[in-house]
Design a protein around this ligand. Structure first.
Ligand SMILES: *Cc1c(COP(=O)(O)O)cnc(C)c1O
Length: 384
């Protein structure tokens, strides 16, 4: 069966992988090799050196392309290495319009690494996509979005961004890490490049760091593959294998992440000490309509703020949970809790942080796949 005709759940199990031709092994082997014996100079079976191609990586790249409804996948040593490759499509003097509610590491590579190379990044609000047009000029080359965002879980309208990108001949990049391909396929809404930190939901078990890009255009694929091979930020075969294994249960895990996210958002919504709950599935979410249009479910990322507004109260709660482990990262089977103001977003000045809606008492949950009742009980005890 052609990949394109399979349902998403079937693609997660089968796309890109086929039994090993020499042994019949049903699981893609970990081709732990740097080089490949050639019949004569330049006469090889498609594999000459593992920075350029490795069969385990090929299987993962094909699987990712299929589950993101794209034609080509490219894997990197981390999500940020994938971002690095995308930015290297640009030249000094080029400009990028970026959503202002952004993963901190992406902000850092843009501002600290590529800013000094002469690439200009405009960090702007995209709650209303029309705002993007205000920043387009003759040097603009790219629009870069993340949806849902971290930790405020805002939603950006991918199709509206794509319309602006197409009108102005810009590349639209969408970081799909938070939704995962199970909940959202940005290419269907006009994104040109989909970026993943496979470290999160795709890997799903907090045991691997890996990044990926998926594109439709073969021209973009060729340029990105040249960067991947020239700069060399590729993942090893064992890490590729771990993500291949993670993808096989992505749909099962995401279903439970969504159910648990809903249960916890509902519980927190009734708690007398909680001022607001941020979860894209709530009818009260400011962009719930757009979320419904572009997402198939709402996931396990839930943030909430306290009525007291107190940082000390938030720190007290995150120190008291037992099932929710205090840690950075997200998207694993186990639940995590964090305080963005002092952890992931500590680098942002307080005034700017609060202006963007990230207040001192905001707590972020990556809701795992445990029993919802146990997770709610853990929060009940910790919040008091
Ligand atoms: C974690 C993350 C990244 C960076 O990925 P790494 O694999 O940690 O390099 C990029 N974007 C988002 C939204 C992330 O959550």
């Amino acid at each position: 069966m052609d990949n394109k005709n399979m349902k998403l759940e079937t693609k997660m199990i089968h796309a890109g992988v086929s039994p090993d031709p020499t042994t019949g092994a049903i699981m893609t082997p970990i081709y732990q090799t740097s080089t490949y014996v050639q019949d004569g100079p330049g006469q090889h079976k498609g594999y000459a050196y593992s920075r350029t191609h490795n069969p385990t990586r090929t299987a993962l790249q094909d699987s990712l392309a299929a589950i993101e409804n794209g034609n080509h996948g490219l894997c990197f040593g981390s999500g940020l290495a994938a971002a690095d490759a995308v930015i290297k499509l640009l030249q000094p003097g080029d400009e990028v319009i970026v959503s202002n509610d952004l993963y901190g590491g992406t902000y850092r590579i843009m501002k600290n690494v590529f800013g000094p190379y002469g690439i200009k990044f405009h960090f702007v609000s995209m709650q209303d996509a029309a705002n993007i047009s205000n920043y387009v000029n003759e040097n603009t080359r790219m629009i870069w979005i993340e949806t849902p965002t971290n930790p405020l879980l805002s939603i950006i309208d991918i199709a509206a961004c794509s319309e602006i990108a197409k009108k102005n001949n810009l590349i639209l990049v969408c970081d799909n890490t938070f939704a995962s391909p199970y909940l959202q396929n940005p290419i269907d809404f006009g994104a040109d490049i989909v970026l993943h930190s496979a470290t999160k939901y795709l890997g799903g078990h907090s045991d691997v760091v890996l990044g990926a890009l998926v594109v439709n255009s073969s021209e973009l694929k060729d340029r990105l593959a040249a960067i991947q091979n020239s700069c060399g930020a590729v993942p090893g075969p064992h890490d590729c294998w771990l993500v291949l294994r993670g993808i096989k249960t992505l749909h099962l895990r995401m279903q439970r992440h969504c159910e648990n996210g809903a249960a916890i958002a509902a519980y927190l919504g009734t708690h007398p000490k909680v001022a607001k709950v941020l979860w894209t599935g709530l009818e009260t979410h400011p962009n719930h309509d757009i979320a419904k249009k572009q997402m198939r479910g709402f996931g396990g990322m839930v943030s909430f703020a306290l009525k007291s507004g107190s940082e000390a109260d938030a720190l007290d709660i995150i120190s008291k949970t037992k099932l929710f482990a205090l840690a950075e990262s997200l998207g694993g089977v186990e639940s995590l809790i964090g305080h963005p103001a002092t952890m992931t977003h500590a680098a942002i000045p307080r005034e700017e942080r609060i202006k963007n809606g990230l207040d001192d008492s905001l707590i972020r949950l990556s809701v795992g796949v445990e029993a919802a009742e146990d997770l709610i009980e853990d929060l009940k005890v910790a919040i008091g």
